[in-house]
Design a protein around this ligand. Structure first.
Ligand code: PLP
Length: 343
């Protein structure tokens, strides 16, 4: 039994873990169409033992956050982008499309059904939404499932890394999370089981997580654990790697836009050679869960390459990007048109 109630949560002390909230949304796809979807209380799902999600990893997930604004409104950050990405993931592993409106409306209805769980403004916490799509039904051979479930649950979360904006160190792994023409750009379940071991080994050596290089040549930085990489060069350019096996982070593309349009920086999506890592004055990992986690240093071939103030402090550009993005998400700052959805 999960006894946590909104009344006894210390919002400022929340970590990133599952808390059972009141309602979740669930829709089923069969014979070529979605049913109307509904909100349910039960947080368990009963499906056929022969479901493709169990055996062949036919599943995709998303992650996005809702924030309480100062005036009490609840704001959702770019849910249409998550809907579009889920549809690209679904395309890659032959699952049905979810109309963007259906996805966004499902997000809104599940938030409205759990309003007591939206952390207060200024607590640093937010309501995390976890949409997922999976193949279900009786099936044996390797083929797309006959039926699907699309569901969204929510959980209040604090910052992903407890230290907040304090830099953490990462280590380059020689394992890969994705193949060159594989599913790296899709947010599909199958990509993540393979990341558990390199993550564990990085942690065992005292690092926050590992950094993956490109799977073809192992010379270019791709991902920081389950987050994207960006660096700020010594001449103040915002750089982020480009590759077909990187998961296109909505946070990363938001930062790229803000760097260009709000901070008036030069921006570039290009190869980031690990041998040239010292070109950066600042570096960060970005994604919905962590927003930005400043990278203090990167360990590569037994040498720790550090960034701003020897990796001891967050750099000024990284902080500015963080403040701008979170300011927009909480409604303190005017964001670009269409970024913030009112629930
Ligand atoms: C989800 C994810 C990210 C971050 O994407 P956001 O849209 O910013 O949350 C980055 N890398 C991987 C591998 C991911 O799964």
């Amino acid at each position: 039994m999960n006894a946590v109630k909104p009344d006894n949560i210390k919002w400022g002390e929340l970590g990133f873990s599952y808390i059972k909230t009141d309602k979740r949304y669930i829709a089923r796809w069969k014979d070529g169409k979605w049913d109307e979807g509904k909100l349910v209380s039960d947080n368990t799902i009963t499906i056929s033992e022969a479901s493709t999600v169990f055996h062949y990893g036919q599943s995709s997930f998303e992650g996005l956050k809702a924030f309480k604004a100062k005036d009490g409104r609840v704001l959702l950050f770019r849910p249409d982008e998550n809907a579009k990405r889920m549809n690209r993931s679904a395309d890659r592993i032959l699952m049905p499309q979810i109309p963007v409106d259906m996805f966004v409306n499902a997000c809104k209805s599940v938030i409205n059904a759990n309003l007591d769980w939206v952390p207060p403004y200024g607590s640093g916490a937010s309501l995390y939404l976890r949409p997922f799509l999976m193949g279900i039904g009786d099936n044996l051979g390797v083929r797309p499932a006959p039926e699907y479930i699309f569901s969204i649950f929510v959980s209040p979360v604090g910052p992903y890394f407890k230290g907040g904006l304090s830099p953490v160190n990462f280590i380059i792994t020689d394992m890969d999370r994705a193949a060159p023409q594989g599913t790296g750009a899709a947010k599909v379940g199958g990509n993540y089981a393979g990341s558990l071991l390199p993550n564990k080994e990085a942690k065992k050596q005292g690092f926050a997580d590992c950094i993956y290089l490109d799977p073809k040549t192992h010379t270019k930085i791709e991902e920081v654990g389950a987050a994207n990489f960006f660096g700020i060069t010594k001449d103040n350019k915002f750089i982020t790697p480009i590759s077909d096996s990187i998961l296109p982070s909505i946070t990363k593309y938001s930062l790229l836009y803000l760097a260009k349009e709000y901070l008036k920086m030069e921006t570039e999506e290009r190869d980031v050679l690990v041998d040239n890592i010292d070109e950066f004055a600042e570096a960060g990992a970005c994604g919905t869960a962590a927003v930005i986690s400043p990278i203090g240093g990167i360990s590569y071939k037994d040498k720790l390459h550090t960034f701003y103030k020897n990796g001891k402090e967050v750099g000024p550009i990284t902080r500015k990007l963080y403040d701008t993005l979170t300011g927009i998400q909480k409604g303190d700052m005017q964001g670009p048109e269409g970024w913030v959805f009112e629930v």
